[in-house]
Design a binder for this molecule. Structure first.
Ligand code: FE2
Length: 133
């Protein structure tokens, strides 16, 4: 929560190192998500339609800030960018997989059939479809 009593709280007597800046941006992203949660919780807690409309609009603006900070983080820290891309790929692969007898998965973005893994590459889906011993 905000601490306005001391205007210098959170400041340091020097410039941030690159590593400290990366971690500060990560903290900023967390703060933006916390703001989204707070505004949506307040929206849910009132029946005042004007307040609900404004809170929802501001919550969406905070998501734009999440995107801006995340884009900056990708530029500042390629390791984070690589790891986040790995996570995106893992979820794409997981959700594109299917159990035996299930209809083919579709790409959430396009609605087209999901791309199969290259021949010889094991995926969660290929493990589920493996012949039973
Ligand atoms: Fe924000």
């Amino acid at each position: 929560m905000p601490d306005f009593a001391n205007p210098f709280i959170g400041t340091v007597p020097r410039k941030l190192t690159h590593g400290e800046l990366v971690r500060a941006i990560m903290l900023n992203i967390s703060a933006e998500y916390e703001a989204v949660h707070l505004y949506l919780a307040h929206m849910d807690a009132t029946d005042n339609e004007d307040a609900r409309k404004v809170l929802y609009d501001i919550a969406l603006e905070e998501l734009v800030h999440v995107g801006e900070f995340t884009s900056l983080l990708y530029r500042l820290d390629p390791v984070t960018a690589t790891k986040m891309e790995e996570g995106f790929a893992e979820v794409r692969e997981l959700l594109a997989s299917r159990a035996p007898g299930e209809p083919a998965a579709t790409d959430a973005g396009t609605g087209q059939p999901a791309a199969a893994a290259p021949a010889g590459q094991l995926t969660v889906g290929s493990l589920l479809r493996a012949p039973k011993p």
